[in-house]
Structures are given as C-alpha cells and as structure tokens.
Design a binder for this molecule. Structure first.
Ligand SMILES: Cc1cc2nc3c(=O)[nH]c(=O)nc-3n(C[C@H](O)[C@H](O)[C@H](O)COP(=O)(O)OP(=O)(O)OC[C@H]3O[C@@H](n4cnc5c(N)ncnc54)[C@H](O)[C@@H]3O)c2cc1C
Length: 263
C-alpha cells in the first residue's frame, strides 16, 4: 500500500459560480478509506506546471528532497464532499479564487488528468467531534468549509438541532442540502477573508440552552475571531468547540498541520 496513490478525473462540473466539483476515481486496487465523518480531509498532490499527472512516485520515494534535486510537487488540503461505493470514486469541491495551484488546476481539469491522493491510514482525518450529550450544534463555514459542513449536515442524526452559518462569495453559491436534522440556515454573501461577516453574524446569534457543540472552518484569522466570540460572548467551554483555519489570507501553500489547534 503506497503513501500516495493516483486518482484520475472522471468528470468536472461547475456547481455554482465559485465552486468546481471534480469526481476522482482511484487508479488501481486502492480505495479511499472513509469512516463517515463529514469533514474528512483529503490531501491532494497536483501536477507540476505543464504536466497532466501528479508525480506520485515523488511522495513514495523516501529519498525525495534529499537525493533528488527537483522541486517538490505542490499539494493541498481538501475535503471529500461525497464518497461513492466502496471508495473507488469520490467528489471534491474546489473553491475558485485568484492565484493558487489547486484552484488553477481545477479550472482547467479534464477527464483523465491524474492527482496524487495521500492515503489515510485506518481512520479519517476529520475535526468535527460533537460530544455524545450534544443537544444542538452551531456550524460556521466559508466556501472552503462548505463541503465539510454539507456532509456533516447530510449525515446528522434524526432531529439534531443545528444552526448553519455559511459565507459564500455570491448568492448563487448557496446550496440546497438535505438533512434528517432540524437545520436553520443563515447564508452570508460577501468577499470573505479580512472582510468576513462571520464573526459579527456569530456574535449576534442567540444560542440555545443545554450542552451544545460548535464547529468552525474558514480563513484562519476569521476562525480565531469566531472562536474568541464563542468563548467570550457565548461562554462556550473550550471542550465544546473546534475552530479550524482552512486557509490563510496572503499565504500560499499547504500547511504542515491544518491550523486546527485553536481549542
Ligand atoms: C482540513 C481542510 C479542508 C479543506 N477543504 C477544502 C475544500 O473542500 N475545498 C476548498 O476549496 N478548499 C478547502 N480547503 C482550503 C484549501 O486547502 C486552501 O484554500 C488552499 O490554499 C487552496 O490552494 P490553492 O493552491 O488554490 O491556493 P494557494 O496557492 O494555497 O494560495 C494562493 C493565494 O490564494 C489565497 N487563497 C487560498 N484559498 C483561498 C480562498 N478560498 N479564497 C480566497 N483566497 C484564497 C491564499 O491566501 C494565497 O494568497 C481546506 C483546508 C483544510 C485545512
């Protein structure tokens, strides 16, 4: 079993003005492992400029970067928006933005192009973990956190009370997401990043009584501001929320560890 496996593009479709969905199919016998956690992370390696296939062998060569002089191929964190069948195929939603290796790749992706997929071991890399006594949830995301939020909402237990606050660049980026839970949606339309309305929106909320759980996934500085509001304004204990920085304004590239340790 290799650390980095190839997956080829099956199809590409723009599901809204700012989001391109790509279906990937495992090349060979390997399968994407999923244990059903909605915000499970997938790390993707991209082709070098001018190439159509990611160099998976680079990541499977333990001497890469030591004996090889070529530059490391780019890779980024994403979310498996949907896993099909036994993990042979899975969808990834790419948010469009200026610049960016991954966003640029998705804009011109075609069937047959190949990405590298870093294999999860025997557990998914996910961050949403509501304690068993949770009676309500607050889910807060920008467009990059929406794929994870959508899966969490789709997989909610029957009747779970959730308030989902989602920031998207344009009204047409709002999505219809089915759920067995009792979900209240607040869609915020703005440019995000430094101008994000998520902190003010969360500050104005009146949160239910009883044990709750909050999950936040958006630009890193915004995630910290929302976290501070959950603690300072809503007095939510540290053990009952998780705020993850999905990207950092002005900084390109993957992060060694997602900026998750904000609790
Ligand atoms: C656990 C996890 C799950 C994620 N899941 C998803 C997902 O499902 N879909 C998704 O689209 N992203 C997701 N992200 C975020 C994604 O990894 C980053 O947006 C990444 O920087 C995109 O790579 P890039 O090559 O396009 O841009 P980069 O080369 O990394 O960045 C280039 C420039 O663009 C800026 N930038 C990066 N992202 C954005 C953005 N969204 N809006 C505006 N400016 C931006 C950077 O600040 C930088 O200035 C996830 C991140 C984490 C940690």
């Amino acid at each position: 079993m290799a650390f980095c496996e190839p997956a080829e593009v099956v199809w590409v479709t723009r599901i809204s003005p700012s989001v391109i969905r790509v279906r990937l199919r495992a090349v060979g016998p390997w399968r994407w492992f999923t244990d059903g956690r909605g915000d499970e992370r997938i790390d993707l390696a991209f082709p070098r400029p001018g190439e159509v296939a990611a160099d998976v062998s680079y990541f499977n060569d333990q001497h890469a970067g030591i004996t090889r002089q070529d530059s490391s191929p780019p890779w980024r964190h994403y979310t498996t928006r949907k896993v099909h069948g036994d993990g042979a195929e899975f969808d990834v939603d790419f948010v469009m933005h200026d610049g960016g290796v991954a966003a640029r790749w998705a804009r011109s992706a075609e069937p047959g192009n190949v990405l590298g997929v870093f294999r999860g071991a025997a557990a998914s890399r996910a961050y949403h973990a509501a304690p068993v006594d949770t009676q309500w949830q607050l889910l807060v995301a920008d467009a990059t956190g929406l794929p994870g939020l959508a899966r969490i909402v789709e997989e909610l237990p029957e009747g779970m009370v959730v308030h989902a606050v989602v920031e998207v660049p344009a009204e047409a980026d709002c999505q219809e997401i089915a759920s067995r839970g009792k979900v209240t949606w607040t869609w915020v339309t703005d440019a995000g990043g430094a101008a994000s309305a998520l902190p003010d929106t969360v500050e104005r909320l009146s949160l239910p009584d009883g044990p709750g759980y909050s999950w936040v996934a958006c630009e890193a500085a915004v995630a910290r501001r929302v976290r501070d509001i959950l603690r300072g304004v809503h007095a939510q204990p540290r053990s009952r929320h998780r705020a993850i920085g999905y990207w950092t304004a002005g900084v390109a590239g993957h992060v060694e560890q997602p900026r998750e340790a904000l609790t």
